[in-house]
Design a protein around this ligand. Sequence first.
Ligand SMILES: *Cc1c(COP(=O)(O)O)cnc(C)c1O
Length: 437
Amino acid sequence: MAYKPSTLALHAGYDYSTSLQSRAVPIYATTSYVFRDTQEGADLYALRKPGFIYSRLHSPTVEVLEERLAAYHGASSGLAVASGSAANSFLLLSLGSPGSKIVASPHLYGGTGTLLEHTLKRLGYETEFVDLNDEAALRKAITKQTIAVFGETVANPSGYIVDIEKVAKIAHEHHIPLVLDNTASPPPLVNPFDFGADIVNYSLTKLVGGHGTHLGGVILEKGDFDWGANPHFKDYLNAPDAAYGGLNIWEALGKPNYKKGQSKVVTTKIRLDFLRNLGPVLSPFGAHEFLLGLETLPLRAQRHAESARLVAEHLAAHPKVTWVNYSGLPDSPYYPLSQKYFKETGPGAVFGFGLKGGYEAAVKFIDKLELWSNLANILDARSLVIHAASTTHQQLTSEERLKAGVPDDLIRLSVGLEDVGDLIETLDRAIAQAHKK
Ligand SMILES: *Cc1c(COP(=O)(O)O)cnc(C)c1O
């Protein structure tokens, strides 16, 4: 019987009978694993036998997290790393080489924008930023060198939503994977694999962890992508890898399995190459925090989203509020996509709004606001607020900010799990104080 995601979030990937009947997933705090004899050591290194060697490659607590997240999404496999940034950079590096091109949405997390525009550029990758939902622009941007179409399912603070189904179809016509950073909208909000995405990345730091305690990231691979159909992947995923004894990952693990949706080409490649050789692993302690978070993710995500909808509706009706960019409101340009992908839950807990009095009022409001913490994270259990123009988007000019959907008066909210009546009351009080003469 196939269990539902909220059941899998509690059980998948762990068999307590292998761990002294421990009901909770144990933290295996060890760097290395003893070989029973030299033959076993040789077999493990040659991938002839499954098992653990050294915790930079993989370790049992982290493996439960990877398998549980994969099961929760109906993916073939997952690879956990030390941060969401590591997940995005490793994934993009693993698909290409100098000369490769990425077609990306301009509505991205600041760090990811910098990764594409500067870090990967220095390594010889080119990125073209286009509105992924603009079919003509997307088709025009895709070339023979393109290795991925990349975006964030729901971006903040602009509220932009990728039309997953439409973009996946165009990417697949060119045998290119659609890669989505789904940090702000994990299931039960949306599972991008249901609509054609091929790889889904997360910063686990945010809603999956859910309590603002640890950094982590994951790359999830759906497992049915045909990496053999695009000659561009012949140099990387579909070639003998000198860094791992000449192993051709596609031939060995992908080709025999992708039609069953069980290919693990990307996660294996990154584990054997980037994780092994560059090294930013997730610790078993971090994995344990994320496993706890994942157990209640379905409940928490629903509540975050529901409270955000109530807060957004309240603000939209407030006489001192000039605009609210929550895409679940009918005046949002992304409302139709919000209805298509988030009809049940609403589009998530992070959005922006502006006050009469602009920048000045925004700053005063934030300084007067109780309960909400003014800081640079999103999707903590506690409610968060930040003034984007003076912090996260400080390094852009006013004009660049406007293009990125971040006007100077934008106040970004991340609606937490407190009583929503309390949240609305504190917002109202701070708005009144910001407008006091
Ligand atoms: C926070 C965030 C990241 C980066 O994750 P870290 O865990 O902080 O490295 C990437 N993408 C999105 C959408 C984020 O919100």
